[in-house]
Design a protein around this ligand. Structure first.
Ligand SMILES: *[C@@H]1O[C@H](CO)[C@@H](O)[C@H](O)[C@H]1NC(C)=O
Ligand SMILES: *[C@@H]1O[C@H](CO)[C@@H](O)[C@H](O)[C@H]1NC(C)=O
Length: 441
């Protein structure tokens, strides 16, 4: 009797999902794609990809470049910052569970340096866990989205990290200096009634940023949170939003009454189902936003001066539930990472034995090109056939994996280094926290 009822409920839920977003249900819930252990478009996965291994360097949600520029804004060097939480299987406010918030997550800096030779692993000494200096005692640290402003002529950079702390999600403000690049000095903890469920950041100045709020109904709500958060996801309810937040710059001057940390809050985009990754184009004129439950990436026009969003230009369907995204350095493509099998990701999050969450990273051409019907022809599982071709936005797979132990699991962020051509991928539940793939010459 009970099992019939469960079956009926399940059928009902599936019917609702199909009705709300049939493509996502078909591609990412009902179909198990036949991914290889690893596919790397610009080389050979076995020979050219490697993972960075260190204790605690696992379950990394986000990664971002830290650009070091000279006085005139010319490129000097680049580091890679990574946010990880080895305790994610005990504390995940987006997917559950909410069991043990005690162990602190971590931030890492990788200095890529020069180009690696074939078969060479990234040297571990170029790869450091950041000390969180002055971090308040007893304050949880569960980092998700991380962004850092470029450093000009060696000046310190403002670093912002979304922190899924025990009571509520906050944003931590740190300072990181190129002269001591492994010490992140804690400045302040930013809270706001508008931080319902922050997920990802895009900086608009050293003291302002966009932040996505992935859900309105969160798992944190007492008793009903688990159910409501899942309902919001399943129905792809458009309750997520993007804020733009301007801070009063930090001052050590205590002579006057302190100014509030947040100077101004505006809603940049409202009514988006599960907004997740967010990125500003290098020219500053566009904003890219992923909607996880609708399986697409939306490109908006933005006003560089006011940070206002002028309007939606286009939504580009992707063959997975998209997570974080980054424009390439030249703005020619957008690199989108995500989860092609949501039930598998949920099983990994619940620590089910034998579960493996596959990975998919692709690039979307931002420049107008001729519409091709025959796109993504080399990938083992091609995006063609799973998503409709969208005029002038060619989609190309960069990386795929079945998420098995020899592969790479649950891709959350993909980044491409413009100098070395290396592809970096972080994995939400990847045991080895970061994948580095070097294009074979
Ligand atoms: C990658 O390299 C391995 C070992 O050299 C080889 O066995 C395999 O066939 C190569 N894969 C592809 C897709 O070329
Ligand atoms: C996950 O399962 C493994 C065994 O498969 C166990 O060692 C580990 O403690 C579990 N982790 C959590 C957070 O429950």
């Amino acid at each position: 009797m009970v099992s019939t009822r469960i079956l009926a409920y399940t059928a009902g839920l599936i019917a609702i999902i199909v009705w709300r977003s049939g493509r996502v249900a078909k591609n990412n819930i009902l179909t198990k794609h036949n991914f290889p252990t690893g596919y790397y478009a610009e080389g050979n996965y076995t020979n050219d990809c490697t993972t960075l291994k260190a204790p605690e360097l696992k379950y990394c949600e986000d990664a971002t470049f830290w650009n070091l520029l000279d006085n005139s804004g010319k490129f000097v060097d680049r580091g890679l910052l990574i946010s990880c939480d080895a305790g994610r299987k005990s504390w995940n406010t987006v997917m559950g569970p909410l069991r043990d918030p005690e162990p602190l997550g971590s931030l890492w800096l990788y200095e890529p340096g020069r180009k690696l030779q074939a078969g060479q692993s990234p040297p571990l000494e170029r790869f450091k866990r950041l000390e969180l200096k002055g971090y308040p005692a007893g304050h949880d640290f569960h980092p998700l989205g991380v962004e850092i402003y470029p450093s000009y002529a060696g000046a310190p950079s403002n670093l912002y990290v979304i922190n899924h702390a025990r009571e509520r999600t906050v944003i931590e403000h740190f300072i990181l200096s190129p002269s001591a690049p492994t010490i992140a000095t804690h400045v302040r903890t930013i809270t706001s009634p508008y931080f319902v469920s922050p997920n990802s950041l895009a900086l608009t100045s050293p003291d302002s940023f966009y932040v996505t709020n992935d859900h309105l109904l969160t798992r944190r709500l007492p008793y009903v949170g688990n159910v409501l958060a899942v309902i919001e996801s399943i129905f792809a309810l458009p309750l997520g939003f993007v804020s733009h937040v301007t801070l009063n710059p930090y001052s050590t001057d205590t002579s006057d009454a302190p100014a509030p940390i947040i100077k101004e809050h505006t809603f940049a985009v409202l009514f988006v189902p599960f907004p997740n990754g967010i990125a500003i184009s290098p020219s500053g004129t566009h904003l890219a936003l992923s909607s996880t439950t609708l399986g697409h990436v939306s490109i908006y026009a933005r006003d560089k001066a006011t940070h206002a969003i002028a309007g939606l230009i286009q939504s580009i369907p992707v063959p997975f539930t998209p997570d974080n995204l980054h424009y390439t350095h030249d703005g020619e493509s957008l690199i989108v990472s995500g989860h092609p099998n949501f039930p598998a990701l949920t099983a990994v999050a619940a620590n089910k034995t034998g579960a493996a969450a596959p990975s998919w990273v692709l690039s979307i051409a931002m420049q107008g090109i001729e519409l091709k019907e025959d796109f993504d022809v080399k990938a083992p599982v091609s995006a063609r056939g799973l998503v409709p071709a969208v005029h002038s936005r060619e989609v190309t797979t960069l990386f795929q994996s079945d998420g098995s132990a020899a592969g790479f699991s649950s891709s959350a962020t993909g980044l491409k280094d413009p100098i070395t051509g290396n592809l970096y991928v972080s994995g939400l539940y990847a045991e080895d926290g970061l994948l580095v793939c070097r294009p074979s010459s």
